[in-house]
Design a protein around this ligand. Structure first.
Ligand code: SAH
Length: 379
């Protein structure tokens, strides 16, 4: 743990200059009027959607079905550059790529693109390949979890809807162009597990979810079950999310089955306890019929004791969940390590004994500080 003691929880993001409005901010019914404001016929909105969401194209100057005289105006008014590419770093033979982006005000954020299902020689395995983007919803994070580098850096600001969608659009383009090892493909999954607490930036994240799952050409057409929102457990926001009529996968970062330890590992637990968080997740599952994930970072001698495995098993045995154990990734300022493999195996065994489905996450990008909890976006 860092020496300076626990950071405060920050729910409200500092107010900063708003990023310019972008087409990806607009819901389908707002697009026609935005286009009309530019003096163009409303039907042009559909063309813009097709280029952006179905064609993964970012440059209106190349959209030759638009009147040439208006292309520049459309670009300036509706497609301002929101994310400026700074650099990529990759590992796993090019199957994991972390991208650093600079936002309009100089703020830095990262996203991580991962290809799964390749054989060691880089050819597709027999179960097919998936491409997953780990997206950021805030610059920094206010939730202050002591084992997470993003949490230790504090919250800089919320991202706009379009700043979130643009990370996904850029990834979809990169996958289509074959920039990940394994050749060209389709972006199949998006996880809100990058920088930030998505449910603390609620309305923009929900709008971004709609852009991702709306069928093309209105949105990117990702399947709802392939989109995961991961939260520290902001109970009122989980309850609200259950009422949005969305069917996306919910993941809850639990990390401890008991309030005493969770109060320190996930400081928001001082507001909403383990039982409250699980009740809210159950309500989400009941509403959507979807199993939710429990994320549990395995931290040596902190939360990996056999009795905690049993307690977790008792809590989850009758619930519609799946546990993802994440071997702790090292972060600056934290002394903690991942649990040894035999301890991890015993933890898995005990959970399974309670009838809980468990997987150990194939955690990616540790060498490039791109794994869970390591995103710090230092220039
Ligand atoms: N704020 C959201 C999403 C971001 S993090 C949330 O907390 O759910 C995605 C996952 O990585 C969370 O489960 C988080 O607790 C976990 N994580 C954070 N730091 C980690 C670390 N150092 N090692 C392993 N997992 C970590």
């Amino acid at each position: 743990m860092p020496d300076q003691g626990p950071l405060p929880l920050t729910f409200a993001a500092p107010r900063r200059g708003k990023p310019p409005r972008h087409f990806a901010d607009l819901a389908p019914d707002e697009r026609a009027s935005a286009v009309s404001e530019l003096g163009l016929s409303a039907f042009r909105a559909k063309q813009l959607s097709s280029h952006y969401y179905a064609g993964f194209s970012a440059d209106p100057l190349t959209w030759t079905d638009l009147p040439a005289a208006h292309r520049e105006q459309i670009r300036d008014a509706l497609f301002p550059p929101l994310l400026t590419y700074v650099r990529d770093v990759s590992c796993d033979g090019g199957a994991t790529v972390k991208t650093l982006w600079k936002l309009h005000d100089g703020t830095l954020v990262e996203s991580v693109l991962m290809r799964y299902g390749l054989r060691h020689d880089g050819t597709p395995g027999s179960h097919g390949v998936r491409s997953t983007l780990c997206v950021s919803s805030q610059a920094g994070c206010g939730m202050a979890c002591p084992f997470c580098a993003t949490g230790q850096g504090g919250l800089k600001r919320n991202l706009s809807t379009a700043e979130i969608v643009e990370q996904v659009a850029a990834a979809a383009r990169a996958v289509q162009r074959g920039e990940l090892s394994g050749g060209p493909g389709r972006l199949s999954n998006v996880v809100f597990m990058g920088m930030g607490e998505p449910l603390a930036n609620y309305s923009r994240v929900v709008a971004a979810l709609h852009r991702l799952i709306d069928p093309a050409p209105s949105g990117l057409g990702l399947s709802q079950r392939s989109v995961t929102v991961s939260t520290v457990g902001l109970v009122p926001a989980i309850v609200k999310l259950a009422d949005e009529g969305l069917n996306v996968t919910l993941a809850v970062s639990l990390h401890a089955p008991d309030d005493e330890l969770r109060d320190t590992l996930v400081p928001v637990n001082t507001r909403w306890k383990v039982a409250d968080v699980l009740a809210a997740a159950d309500a989400y599952a009941a509403r959507t019929g979807r199993r939710y994930s429990i994320e549990y970072a395995m931290i040596r001698d902190i939360n990996d004791q056999p009795w905690r495995a049993d307690l977790l098993g008792e809590l989850l045995g009758h619930r519609l969940t799946h546990v993802n154990l994440i071997p702790l990734n090292p972060t600056p300022g934290s002394e903690w390590d991942a649990s040894p493999k035999p301890v991890e195996r015993e933890f898995v065994r005990r959970l399974e004994e309670h009838g809980v489905a468990v997987t150990v996450r194939d955690t990616r990008g540790r060498e490039i500080d791109g794994a869970c909890g390591q995103l710090a976006a230092s220039g």
